[in-house]
Design a protein around this ligand. Structure first.
Ligand SMILES: Cc1cc2nc3c(=O)[nH]c(=O)nc-3n(C[C@H](O)[C@H](O)[C@H](O)COP(=O)(O)OP(=O)(O)OC[C@H]3O[C@@H](n4cnc5c(N)ncnc54)[C@H](O)[C@@H]3O)c2cc1C
Length: 329
């Protein structure tokens, strides 16, 4: 991947460790929401700076193929899509720094952001796109086979499992909802749950119980996922007896929770009960000039296209805000 990232040494306007650098729009991180915001802010001549975070390109970089982002009728690799987003933003002057926002002070404008590399930024406006992370099983094989049969998104990957047999790990609303969705494609869906009953609501539970394609492995956990280049089998353990068994399977969907990356903003920005940032329909948070876009503020849709759209909207709004609220010289 052609990253072409800036560093303090390569950019004359970059600050030394204890200097402060003023930027008009600072974007925290480089997922699709962040890079779309960067494109729109750059085209508005706001010279945005993106702190990329350590996982370049965000969640989509983990996936082998994206087939539901319009404009790519044959689909596109996750990393390839990230690279195109990045190049387009850079073409109009967005600058990317391979660094992590470590501390923020949003009590007054300009907002203060200190990075892991010890840089201090003063931002006239801030766009937060720190995303969210699916909770992992943390079992052998999970990371290696992510995007190769292990998935955290039925909308994204269900289509790949036409007439196949898949497992869904979890027992809450998401797990059951996604299992029902997967029955459109898969021949058989087994919900693997560590307890002996679902935590999902009554209506969803009833739908799952009456769906002939869904069956259940109660009191069961996944111990290992195996496959040569793609998922082929799982090792399961009975939580009551400790008994282990191997089962052939084509895919493993994990829905055991989703955590927004918002700890940096605790006490400064309003969040819902699950920690997602609360933004209005213009991506505005409770602090004027601070915007939130993408999965960090979206517990519902969690897609590249919706995240990118929110990022673009945040940058358009930041442009209006800066025009109407200039800082004193
Ligand atoms: C395996 C997988 C496959 C998927 N497949 C598809 C698909 O086919 N189609 C689809 O539409 N969607 C897919 N999705 C969902 C899609 O990737 C996300 O909805 C989308 O990428 C969210 O973008 P985002 O910019 O909001 O956040 P993210 O992609 O979560 O990016 C957030 C970034 O912020 C960084 N960050 C966090 N904290 C900081 C900080 N303090 N400073 C700097 N950076 C920080 C993170 O490291 C991360 O890089 C998939 C997701 C996964 C996990």
């Amino acid at each position: 991947m052609d990253l072409n990232l800036s560093s303090a040494a390569s950019h004359p306007a970059s600050p030394g460790d204890d200097q402060e650098l003023s930027v008009r729009v600072l974007i925290i991180c480089s997922g699709q929401a962040g890079l779309s915001a960067a494109l729109y802010a750059a085209r508005a001549d706001l010279e945005p700076l993106v702190l990329t975070g350590m996982e370049l390109g965000g969640q989509v970089s983990l996936t082998y193929a994206v087939e539901n982002y319009p404009g790519f009728p044959e689909g596109i690799g996750g990393m390839e899509l990230v690279e195109l987003f990045q190049k387009q933003a850079q073409r109009f002057g967005a600058r990317l720094e391979f660094d992590l926002a470590a501390d923020v002070d949003l009590s007054e404008r300009p907002f203060k952001v200190v990075t892991q590399n010890g840089k201090h930024y003063l931002a006239e406006s801030l766009i937060i796109t720190t995303g969210a992370s699916a909770v992992h099983l943390n079992v052998p094989g999970e990371i290696e086979l992510t995007g190769r049969g292990v998935s955290y998104c039925a909308t994204c990957d269900g289509w790949f499992f036409k007439d196949k047999e898949v497992m869904v790990v979890g027992g809450g609303d998401s797990a059951v909802e996604e299992s029902l969705f997967l029955t459109r494609y898969a021949e058989k869906v087994t919900i693997v749950h560590r307890r002996d009953e679902l935590r999902a609501g009554a209506l969803l539970t009833e739908r799952a119980n009456s769906n002939p394609k869904i069956n259940f492995a109660w009191n069961t956990v996944v111990e290992e996922i195996s496959g040569n280049g793609a998922v082929q089998s799982v090792k399961l353990q009975d939580t009551k007896t400790g008994e282990q068994r191997e089962q052939d399977i084509d895919g493993v969907f994990v829905f055991i929770g989703h955590t927004p990356n918002t700890s940096l903003f605790t006490g400064q920005l309003e969040m819902d009960q699950n920690g997602y940032l609360i933004a209005d329909d213009r991506m505005q948070t409770n602090v004027p000039g601070v915007y939130a876009a993408g999965e960090v503020a979206d517990p519902h849709f969690r897609q590249v296209i919706t995240s990118a759209g929110m990022g673009a909207a945040a940058a358009i709004q930041a442009n209006h805000f800066l025009g109407e609220n200039p800082l004193p010289e």
